[in-house]
Each structure stands twice: as C-alpha cells, then as structure tokens.
Design a protein around this ligand. Structure first.
Ligand code: ATP
Ligand code: MG
Length: 445
C-alpha cells in the first residue's frame, strides 16, 4: 500500500478525551474513530489489526475442534424469556421493537440462540460433543463506556459454546478451550494469565478469566510469580489426548491467581511464599465458563443417550474480546514514540520509507523494492509522500510496524538500505539486493 493512496488520518497532538495510552495511540495513529459513546468505526489500519487478531483466534479455535458459524446481531426476545434472562439482563441490553411490535434485542451474548440451534440440529448422543463458535459484534449498554474500544458498547467478541452428554465430558471440552486460549494469546505476543473466576450459583471450579498485566487494567489481580517461569509456548498438543490437555490445565491452575472479586488473602498467603506474591492490575481479554445445564434445561436441549434415557446437555461458554485485544496489545507493547506491534498482528509487516520522494533514483529504487516485496507476499506500507524525513520517522514509529526499510540518496550510492527493528531500535545496513530475500525468507513470527 502506498501511503499517498491510503487512508490513515494521523493526529499530531494527543487527543484530550483519551485517558489511557492505547486509546491515545489508536486515535493518533488513525486506527479508530468514535461515532458515539462506546461506538467506533474501524479505519483501515485498525481494521487490519482487528482482522489479524480475529484470524489467530479462528485458527486456534478450529485447531481445538470448534466449528465456526455466524449468528445474527439482532435476536428475538422469545428464547430470552424462556431462559429468564430477558428480565434479568436489565439496562445493559439494548431492546428494540420491530414494525409488528415484536420485542427484539441486539445480542449481548448468544447462549440461548446457540443452544436452540444445537437442540434443533442434533439427532442423538452420537452427534455430541460439539463446540460451535462465532465472531460477531455484541452490544452492551455499559454504564461507563471508556478507554476507547477497551470498554465499548458495541464490541467484537469470539464466543464459543460446548455441548456434552455429561459434566465429565464437558470438563474435557472446557480444558480444550483453556489450552486453546493459552495458545492464541501467546501467538499474539501476550501472556494472558488464567485466573480463577466467580462461578456464581452453579459453583465448581470451572471458570477462568484470562488477564494480561497492565497498569491501566480495570481489575486488581493477585498471583504467584511462578507464572513467569512456566512454559508458555509449548502447547503443540493433541487435543484428543484428554490426559495431556488436562495436564496443561492442571499446571496452569496449580498456582494461585485471582482477581480482586474472589481473591482470598488467607489462601494466597498459605499457598504463595511472601517473596513470590505479586499484585497489580490486569485487563480481561478472555473468559471461559462451564455452566452445565443452565440454558439447556429451560430450552429443552435434551438428547437420548445410548440406553435411550433422556439426558439434558451440559454446556460451557468461552469468550474472547477481539476488539478489546487491539487496545490490550498496545497497552502491553508501546514506548514513548508509539505502538510496537508484535509481528503476528501488525497491520503491515514492513514500513518502507523513501527519504527523498521526487528524486528519480530514490523513487526508482523504492518503487522496485516495494514491488518486489509485495510480489513476495510481504505486506508493506510504502511512505512515498514528500514530507520531511523527521516527520516520516516519527509517523512510522507511531504506527509501530515491526520493520522499517529506509532508503535515501546517500545509502543508494553505497548500494544499501537501513533496516530498523521497531521493537529493539536496532539498525542494520543491508545491501539493496538482499532486502527482499531477508523478508521473504523469514516467515513472520
Ligand atoms: P467485563 O468484566 O470486562 O465487563 P464481562 O465479564 O462482562 O467483561 P464476558 O461476558 O466474560 O465479559 O465477555 C467475554 C469477553 O468479551 C471479555 O473477557 C472481554 O474481553 C470482552 N468484553 C466484555 N465486555 C466488553 C466491552 N464492553 N468492550 C469490549 N470488550 C468487552
Ligand atoms: Mg467476564
């Protein structure tokens, strides 16, 4: 993409309305635009990040055996009346009436609808287990939308739902999602610590929130320092291997980690030696929850087991805040100059800077490298504008692409370009004829 053809409305100054760094940087980099309180348009740069996050989540959910569907944003109130949540949900639910005076709502979540979809689509116990998910916009009329897309009213969520014949089988489905979450956050360059969460009236120990640490997080968290030393990247496991999946879950749940809501100081002190106790703030990026027959019971989601006995199906739900992650990743990865995108989610991998637009030779070489990189499948944002070099550097640092390739008349004479790593700041002179190979050969992290 040539910057001269792109749409990236950069703000020179810090927007006054932004309280936290991710909100500030997203606005300054022209990633999003607020349309009304808690409701945003995603501009090209932001939208590309959103799609990259979504794709990682999709790949990892598919790998764990979940199957993608797409449910509508607008739902009928009928199923919600059956589950009792039409009244329980309160003001967070956006209610609308259609022209026939039917009660409709903009879905804040999809347990009812997916349970009904599964109920009407399966014949027998042989059709279980199943895990269905979608990636769809939700609406919750939050009392206090804030921090940009971190706490929006309209936001993009991945929500998966598991269906099993028994609570024991359901635990394996839960475990698979647990491991899938460790993996998908890791691929985005995040360490999302699974923390024990409140299970409400259903009880049990099967609810975890995944939090990444950030000073601006809304939750207070307490956890064992040992989490830092865990093996965070070896989840190349066979999801059908129940014991192996369970062992990873066991490892990651054996250490103390809890948000303030259910934190138990006495247990914390008993389990974690003083020098290993860490407290701080965190951002909830995912939440998994096993709730058994809570929805299948009122919605009649029943199947006959092998002996012909009717069994109510056991379920769990598994959410990832896709749009929140765009902000959360920035909270975790930025410096004074701007965003530092992990390669896996970066909107472009390379920012190509032409230091002397209008100069025939420099233009010629930049155009050539741009063409060759693009042909090699490397995504490039080519700054071909005729701005001053200082402004170009600042802009490229602000939008945080992992690599900068800088080409100017001086380097051209020596046949070299400067390649800068945004994260480390390291610069290297690379012969012009090796630039393309350097990026084409090295698969993105
Ligand atoms: P929170 O405690 O932050 O209000 P929640 O517990 O109500 O979130 P869940 O129902 O667990 O949210 O939703 C799953 C995920 O969706 C959350 O882990 C979070 O990442 C994301 N999410 C929830 N509410 C919002 C919101 N208002 N804006 C952006 N993302 C959200
Ligand atoms: Mg939650």
């Amino acid at each position: 993409m040539r910057l001269s053809n792109y749409f990236m409305p950069i703000l020179r100054d810090d927007p006054k309305e932004a309280e936290i760094v991710s909100h500030k940087l997203m606005l300054r980099a022209g990633m999003i635009r607020q349309e009304s309180a808690g409701i945003y348009s995603w501009l090209p740069l932001g939208f590309q990040v959103l799609k990259n996050i979504e794709q990682i989540v999709r790949e990892e959910q598919n790998r764990a055996g979940a199957i993608e569907v797409l449910m509508p944003t607008i739902q009928s109130a009928d199923l919600w009346r059956k589950s009792g949540r039409y009244d329980d949900y309160g003001k967070e639910m956006l209610r609308v009436t259609d022209r026939h005076d039917r009660d409709m709502l903009y879905g804040p979540t999809n347990e009812e609808m997916i349970t009904d979809i599964l109920r009407s689509g399966i014949q027998s116990y042989k059709d279980l287990p199943r895990n269905l998910y979608h990636i769809q916009w939700k609406f919750r009329d939050e009392v206090r939308p804030r921090f940009g897309i971190m706490r929006g009213r309209e936001f993009l969520m991945k929500d998966a739902y598991s269906f099993d014949l028994s609570a024991e089988a359901g635990r394996h489905s839960y475990n698979k999602m647990f491991v899938s979450y460790l993996r998908l956050f890791d691929r985005m360059g995040l360490r999302a610590i699974p923390m024990r969460a409140d299970t409400g009236p259903i009880g049990g120990d099967l609810s975890h929130e995944f939090l990444i640490l950030a000073e601006t997080g809304e939750s207070e968290v307490h956890f064992d320092r040992d989490f830092y030393d865990m093996n965070w990247s070896e989840f190349e496991i066979d999801y059908d291997d129940d014991a192996r999946v369970a062992s990873v879950v066991k490892e990651f749940t054996s250490k103390y980690a809890a948000t303030d809501e259910i934190h138990d100081q006495a247990e914390y002190e008993a389990k974690v030696p003083a020098e290993k106790r860490l407290s701080g703030r965190g951002i909830e990026v995912g939440h998994i929850f096993f709730f058994g027959t809570k929805y299948s019971e009122p919605l009649g989601c029943v199947v006959q087991d092998e002996s012909g006995k009717s069994v109510t199906i056991h379920s769990g739900s598994y959410g990832v805040g896709i749009s929140r992650l765009a902000g959360a990743i920035i909270e975790a990865s930025h410096d004074d100059a701007g965003i530092i995108w992990p390669e896996a989610v970066a909107p472009f991998r390379v920012g190509l800077i032409n230091l002397k637009s209008g100069d025939t030779e420099t233009d010629g070489m930049c155009d050539k490298i741009y063409r060759e990189l693009t042909n090699a499948g490397v995504s490039v944002l080519y700054d071909d504008k005729d701005d001053r070099a200082g402004g170009k550097f600042a802009r490229m640092d602000l939008i945080g692409l992992p690599w900068q390739v800088i080409i100017g008349p001086r380097g051209l004479k020596d046949g070299i370009a400067e390649v800068k790593n945004r994260a480390t700041g390291e610069r290297e002179n690379v012969p012009l004829d090796q630039i393309v190979a350097q990026f084409a050969d090295r698969a993105p992290a």
